[in-house]
Write a protein that binds this ligand. Structure first.
Ligand code: ADP
Ligand code: MG
Length: 334
């Protein structure tokens, strides 16, 4: 049996005690996980939105994103592109074009640690849609799936895409973040200046919380038994994402297999990086980079974080317990 453990790397700290501004909170489900949204009115104003109408509209927007990038919807735009022949020029929607372009940038800047052509390997290891095997695949099957990979085999030109070989894309490492940004932009268009949007631990915040202060987000200690607050940080006008091997994996013979795959080996990552949190301009960037740095591991990941001036916080497994490490750009958040 494949056993998936889900762990949420962040907690949303809600204020208590003080008088709050007019605040609306709602939650729902999307992309195989949950979402949470908090809206706050401008100072001395009340929110001019109807809760039911707004949540319905948010759900419609999330369904749109899923229709573009889900690997769980056989007729999503992404899946249609996946089944298109190599060489064919394919006109992309704006959301898919944006997320593919950003993915390719992160691939290049991470030296291929992030690679959305990982699809065949993800399925082989049992983390994609469809049949979930509990066994470690054999070396030959891994080599075959790995041979199909390579982000260089995807060409993007002027809103169009072309596969240069038979590749299968998987946007699971970045789509939640993109969905968060999409909803954030939607709320901004509705005239909302203060919000916190979260899907499965990926976040985007703007303005202030109900107390008129920066949003407080806690990064949890990676523990199976307790979910204690590890570190709380103040954020505004940024995206944040956490990637960690405690969140989704299977176990066989006492060994843990993460759903994050190292494209260089074709095997799930095995290093001592327990979780990595990235703060960036958008949630999509944070999401993609969190996965990329998770693949790179604690040492190379921190080198790349500093070279790219990314705000990164790592929790690293030690012989006893955990230690934390920060990139230079993360200093202001400590
Ligand atoms: P985490 O929060 O642990 O980073 P995500 O949900 O962001 O997890 O991304 C993990 C998913 O990304 C996997 O389930 C798989 O579909 C896909 N994936 C795995 N390895 C890679 C990789 N090296 N590059 C891009 N996507 C990957
Ligand atoms: Mg990710």
């Amino acid at each position: 049996m494949l056993t998936s453990f889900l762990f949420f790397g962040v907690v949303l700290l809600s204020g208590c005690g003080q008088a709050e501004r007019d605040t609306l909170r709602f939650a729902g489900e999307t992309m195989g996980t949950t979402y949470h949204i908090t809206l706050v009115a401008d100072e001395d104003e009340s929110l001019k939105v109807d809760a039911t109408t707004l949540q319905k509209a948010v759900d419609v927007e999330l369904q749109k994103i899923n229709q573009h990038m889900s690997t769980y919807i056989p007729v999503s735009e992404l899946m249609l592109f996946n089944s298109a022949s190599a060489g064919e020029l394919y006109t992309l929607s704006k959301p898919l074009e944006e997320v593919l372009r950003l993915s390719q940038q992160i691939s290049e800047r991470s030296g291929g640690a992030f690679d959305i052509t990982v699809g065949p390997l993800v399925n082989l290891w049992g983390f994609g849609p469809g049949k979930h095997e509990d066994d470690v695949p054999d070396a030959e099957a891994i080599a075959d799936a790995k041979a199909m990979m390579g982000y260089h085999k995807l060409e993007l030109v002027d809103g169009q895409a072309r596969k240069l070989a038979d590749i299968k894309l998987d946007l699971s490492a970045i789509a939640k973040g993109y969905g968060v940004d999409w909803i954030a932009d939607y709320l901004a268009q509705q005239g909302i200046n203060h919000y916190m949007v979260e899907i499965g631990g990926e976040i985007r915040v703007k303005g202030t919380n109900g107390k008129g202060q920066p949003w407080r987000i806690a990064i949890e200690q990676p523990s199976m038994v307790q979910q204690s607050v590890h570190k709380a940080i103040s954020l505004t006008d940024v995206g944040m994402a956490t990637s960690g091997d405690y969140r989704n994996y299977f176990e066989q013979d006492g060994k843990r297999y993460s759903h994050t795959i190292d494209p260089q080996t074709g095997y799930p990552i095995t290093h001592r990086l327990a979780s990595v949190t990235v703060i960036a301009r958008t949630s999509a960037e944070a999401d993609g980079w969190a996965t990329a740095i998770n693949v790179l591991g604690p040492e190379r990941g921190m080198e790349v974080a500093n070279r790219e001036k990314l705000a990164v916080y790592m929790i690293v497994k030690e012989d006893e317990g955990f230690s934390d490490r920060y990139s230079t750009a993360f200093e202001p958040y400590r």
